[in-house]
Design a protein around this ligand. Structure first.
Ligand code: PA5
Length: 473
């Protein structure tokens, strides 16, 4: 099936027996980890579909949901000029990543007939200038808003809901509800209550699917379908990756398990606590963003599942090839040995840009003539890979034969599996985010929320020492 080829993982440049004994991961360390990796695999598979592992079944259990998604998407495409996602974190990064990967790179700027669907905006911040600027470019009467929040309690998203519904009531009047689609938990939180009281169209985020693992449920699938992306093919790709991993507890042949074992070894044994996600394709730039949240929020933890104090995690960094060759690469080749570089390579781009002949008097320019940007970007990727190799820097490559719905489905599911396996190996809860809570509490306290816990937090914050003059410059 040529449109559904497998993505591949190449870890040669991670390994000591390729990169050099002092630099790479000793294969014996992976052998030693094999029983733990097998146990991690068995645990993840045993728990699939339960607890917070509902995302593992999303490629297989959404037939009814898909029909509704496609029907609603068709209505949105027919009726609206703009589709605005209101959400943050896991409710935004997936829709952005998939849209950038699978829609035209300048989708919003295309004329409507070429786009086929409404313009897409994903509003994942509350910068007041941003909301004002959005309102300058959309016509509320022709805009549909998809409010996405699993908890229904996220201040950023619910404040946007308040602003937008107030405006819609004023501008659209009766029937404003037809401009709002809610994606939320089936039973818990404020948004589901609003769905019921206002009669809003809605989609369910399954209870067992956490925000950053939710791209393959209606959180991501609705925006994708509205933009004309083949969501069934995305799920098919994810199912392919599930098939690759599902019945294989062997660390050397299950790619997600090997990747988790390698990164675990980097973190725990080698103090390699940074992973740079380096796509050599603009279309995959936001996939790096999505990965950063998945990896950081899932693995950055201070306690094991058994209650032991730890401080684990690997800092994900997003970069872009070739752009960051002229910005970050110097650090990656000569700075501290604290990073793994993960290349995302595309074998066949969806366009070919020929470089014409010219400037014959300048040999360094003239030699580019007759080649293509496709050749140049891959040559630069190979050049960077070689420079890293030569400098003894661990790197690995995930190759996508093409960027399409199938390979993106595979890639997202692959990283989710790697994260689940890595969480098992680290013995932490990869599906919670308690570290985010303190900032939330403190900001509600600052904003004057009257509830007791925020009042107490206000008091605690007031006890902070006054800033010292000498440090105010
Ligand atoms: O991964 C997560 O759980 C978080 O990043 C959430 O997606 C984010 O905090 C938004 O939460 P909610 O969907 O409840 O608004």
């Amino acid at each position: 099936m040529s449109d559904c080829e497998r993505i591949r993982l190449d870890v040669n440049h991670m390994m000591a027996d390729y990169l050099g004994a002092q630099y790479g991961v000793d294969p014996a360390a992976i052998d030693a980890l094999a029983p733990y990796a097998r146990a991690a695999h068995e645990n993840v598979q045993r728990c699939r579909g339960t607890g917070m592992l509902g995302w593992m079944d999303l490629p297989h259990n959404q037939d009814g949901v898909l029909e509704k998604l496609e029907a609603v998407a068709a209505r949105v495409r027919a009726q609206f000029d703009a589709f605005v996602v209101l959400g943050i974190g896991g409710s935004a990064l997936g829709p952005i990543a998939v849209h950038q990967a699978l829609s035209h790179l300048r989708y919003n700027e295309l004329p409507a007939e070429k786009r086929g669907g409404p313009r897409l905006y994903v509003e994942d911040n509350i910068d007041p200038e941003r909301m004002a600027s959005l309102l300058d470019v959309i016509d509320l009467k022709k805009t549909c808003f998809n409010v996405i929040t699993k908890s229904g309690a996220t201040a950023e998203t619910m404040s946007q809901y308040l602003i937008i519904t107030e405006l819609l009531k004023r501008e659209v009047g009766d029937g404003w509800q037809k401009h709002v689609i809610a994606t939320t938990d089936q039973a818990r939180g404020n948004l589901i209550k609003l769905v019921q009281s206002e009669g809003l169209e809605s989609f369910v985020i399954p209870a067992s699917v956490g925000g950053r693992f939710s791209e393959l449920c209606p959180v991501g699938l609705l925006a994708a379908a509205v933009c004309g992306i083949d969501i069934r093919m995305m799920l098919k790709g994810a199912a392919m990756m599930d098939e690759v991993c599902r019945n294989n507890g062997d660390v050397w042949t299950n790619p997600a398990l090997l990747e988790a074992a390698l990164q675990y070894t980097c973190m725990q044994d080698m103090d390699v606590n940074i992973q740079v996600m380096l796509p050599y394709a603009d279309s995959l730039r936001a996939v790096a963003d999505w990965f950063c949240q998945l990896w950081a929020e899932s693995l950055g933890k201070n306690v094991t599942r058994r209650g032991m104090a730890v401080n684990v995690g690997q800092t994900p960094v997003k970069a872009l090839g070739v752009t960051d060759q002229h910005s970050q690469l110097q650090l990656y080749t000569e700075g501290p040995y604290d990073k793994v570089i993960t290349f995302l390579k595309v074998e066949k781009f969806r366009a070919e840009t020929a470089i014409p002949h010219g400037c014959e008097e300048f040999p360094d320019v003239a030699f580019l003539g007759g080649k293509t940007h496709n050749q140049l970007i891959e040559a630069e990727r190979q050049g960077t890979e070689y420079a890293l190799y030569r400098a003894g820097r661990m790197n690995q490559t995930i190759t996508l034969p093409q960027v399409n719905a199938c390979t993106i489905g595979q890639l997202l599911y692959f990283f989710e599996m790697v994260t689940a396996y890595a969480g098992e190996l680290l013995d932490i809860d990869a599906f919670n985010q308690p570290g985010v809570e303190e900032s939330k509490l403190a900001s509600f306290a600052v904003l004057g929320h009257e509830a007791e816990k925020f009042a107490r937090k206000r008091e605690e914050m007031a006890g902070r020492p006054a800033p010292r003059e000498k440090y105010l410059l």
